[in-house]
Design a protein around this ligand. Structure first.
Ligand code: NAD
Length: 594
């Protein structure tokens, strides 16, 4: 389903309709958004949250789905079981879920989404026989099945290797709070006292949650009651995990790689338990419903839609499909060479692609090829990156028509060769306008949108090995690329706090058409043609394909690398510049073989 198609009027959380559902002696507060005729998506919150943790995601989904949220028993505006002990057993939570599902969608199975303890519960719901036929799909985030976790621990204790022991210890250390919550009374006292007061600040500081209506005033009570989720279930299940905890629905697993409480290793063998599994990863902390609502909305929408369409989950595509599937990627200079290869590599990973180039026809072709390569959507946008107004218009159009860009690749660039004394002021202006100002405009406009959205992102700037290897033949080009490299480093430092990564990619000689359009300062038309042909021949002999650069770009974004030399000569000259600047300078004096 297209994002533009889906730019429906946004339903706000305040539009929600409320009802009360009775289940085993408690009264659950249930709210609904969106058209009840559409497929139902039930969002279940975690600990120590209430349904409000989902407010942004719910509003994002409500244009397309019937969205249902409820406060888990003892949380938010739902009543608590009496006595508390034993009142939070997974069997009772399953009763609650079924009561809600029957009330809001009696005739059709619902799509379940769980975060943290909402996901722990969700695993129970999708692996017990009595819910079969009532759930259509499950999206799990930051909350493993206690049964799977129990088996994960057993496997590592029974067949320890140094790596497995380290995984066990690592997760053991991350689970400190689980032990703490098993102590009697103290957690309740802490939550109703200083911890309850401090918690909102902790979330803002450590997790960078935006604040606002979440967490709600019920937090101390929710957290005190929720301690029983742990006490009633964790020890018993980890000691005796069920052997038949197989998911009977397609599962989408969303793993935030920076979760301080859960190691990504926990899900290593998950395909065994969930045969129809789609994996997603993102660089973020634990509270992704607050910090990454747009991406979650896109992933849930894509997954639910695919299941509704009768396809079992989202087909795995490309090596980085888990990371880039459904993300919005904009590439400048996408009409040729490295830019086109990069657009296609992201498309192959299932990203939505905006191909920007001053050559409109070439951009259209890249958009077409992107769709064929696997992009669910791709658009061509003609623009000259050196033109400030055109770039401002482009940024505005992209934001309104397609959304805020998740990954920006400032790739457009032109070649300029020739000695400094031969380089005219006009030559300088042209190369700086495209190679440096083009990158500045991209970073300024799309970087600002990313920062204002507050949900992270990544910027890739294509510099060059010429950024650090001086050369008598490339003073202007090298200066433009050195500026791009330093701009990237500075921006990386500035945007790190906002969860936005910045990478400078520095290729060496790559076989593209850059040689046939490069300007050779000081050369007449005939001489320039000869030099271009000769350069093209040499680059052809070197024959390093742009597809390899594209692969490195995707990897660099996935790993959030800072500076990435590509090709052996680019890596070699980088090392040289560090180890022996003298040799580097001597190399700069060698006349190029042109
Ligand atoms: P290419 O000539 O094959 O592709 C560049 C694309 O950018 C073309 O489609 C062109 O139309 C577009 N473009 C140029 N100026 C533009 C502008 N002002 N606005 C919008 N689009 C514009 O070149 P390539 O080799 O793929 O180069 C891509 C980037 O990689 C450039 O920044 C280049 O400096 C850098 N680079 C290339 C090499 C190499 O050996 N090819 C080495 C290091 C760095």
């Amino acid at each position: 389903m297209s994002q533009s198609e889906g730019r429906v009027a946004r339903v706000t959380f305040e539009d929600a309709r409320e009802r009360r559902v009775h289940s085993g002696g408690v009264e659950l507060c249930v709210v609904e958004l969106g058209d009840p005729g559409r497929p139902t998506v039930v969002l279940v919150h975690g600990y120590p949250d209430s349904k409000e943790v989902w407010s942004e995601v719910a509003a994002g989904l409500a244009g397309r789905f019937h969205v249902v949220l409820y406060d888990v028993r003892g949380h938010g505006r739902s009543t608590a079981p009496r006595p508390l002990r034993g009142g939070f057993a997974l069997e009772k939570l399953t009763d609650d879920f079924l009561a809600v599902a029957d009330a809001v969608s009696p005739d059709r199975p619902v799509h379940l989404v769980g975060h943290d303890w909402g996901s722990v519960q969700g695993w129970e719901f999708v692996t017990v026989p009595r819910t079969e036929g009532r759930i259509a799909s499950f999206t799990s985030m930051s909350g493993p099945s206690l049964d799977h976790f129990g088996h994960w621990i057993r496997d590592r204790v029974r067949r320890p290797t140094p790596r497995r022991a380290a995984q066990l210890l690592g997760q053991g250390a991350r689970s400190w709070y689980v032990y703490a919550l098993h102590t009697p009374v103290l957690p309740e006292l802490a939550w109703r006292g200083p911890l309850g007061r401090y918690w909102p600040r902790y979330l803002e500081r450590a997790e960078k949650t935006p604040g606002g209506a979440y967490p709600t005033a019920s937090l101390p009570r929710d957290a005190a009651h929720g301690a029983w989720l742990y006490r009633d279930n964790v020890r018993a299940r980890l000691r005796g995990p069920r052997a038949d905890a197989y998911a009977h629905v397609p599962v989408q697993l969303v793993t935030p790689l920076g979760d301080p409480f859960l190691s990504a290793r926990l899900y290593d063998g998950l395909d065994r338990w969930a045969p129809r599994l789609t994996r997603r990863t993102l660089p973020a902390g634990h509270w992704i419903p607050r910090t990454r609502p747009d991406l979650l909305t896109a992933w849930i929408t894509e997954f639910v839609t695919s299941v509704e369409d009768g396809r079992p989950g989202v087909p795995a595509r490309g090596r980085y499909a888990d990371r880039f599937g459904g993300q919005l990627v904009l590439v400048t200079g996408a009409g040729s060479g490295i830019g086109r290869a990069t657009a296609l590599a992201f498309a192959g990973a299932g990203a939505r692609v905006v191909a920007v180039d001053r050559d409109a026809g070439a951009a259209v072709r890249t958009a077409e090829l992107s769709r064929r390569a696997g992009a669910p959507e791709a658009w061509a946008e003609p623009a000259d990156v050196s033109d400030q107004q055109a770039m401002e218009k482009l940024a505005e159009k992209v934001a309104t028509a397609y959304g805020v860009v998740d990954v920006l690749v400032n790739n457009a660039g032109i070649g300029l060769s020739g000695s400094f004394l031969d380089t005219t002021a006009e030559d300088w202006r042209k190369v700086l306008d495209v190679n440096l100002w083009g990158v500045i405009h991209g970073c300024r406009l799309f970087g600002r949108q990313m920062a204002e959205r507050g949900q992270g992102g990544h910027i890739v700037n294509i510099a060059s090995a010429a950024a650090y290897q001086p050369s008598r033949a490339l003073p202007a080009y090298s200066a433009s690329k050195a500026a791009v490299l330093m701009l990237s480093e500075c921006l990386r430092a500035e945007l790190a706090d906002r969860g936005i990564g910045v990478t400078a990619v520095c290729p060496g000689f790559v076989n593209t058409t850059i040689t046939s359009t490069a300007r050779f300062a000081g050369a007449g038309a005939d001489e320039e043609r000869r030099l271009r042909q000769r350069a093209a021949r040499l680059y052809g002999l070197r024959n390093y394909p742009p597809e390899k650069v594209a692969d490195v770009i995707l990897r660099a974004v996935a790993r959030n690398e800072a500076v990435v030399p590509v090709t052996p000569e680019a890596r070699g000259t980088r090392l040289l510049a560090r180890l022996s600047p003298r040799v580097s300078r001597a190399l700069a004096r060698v006349r190029p073989p042109l």
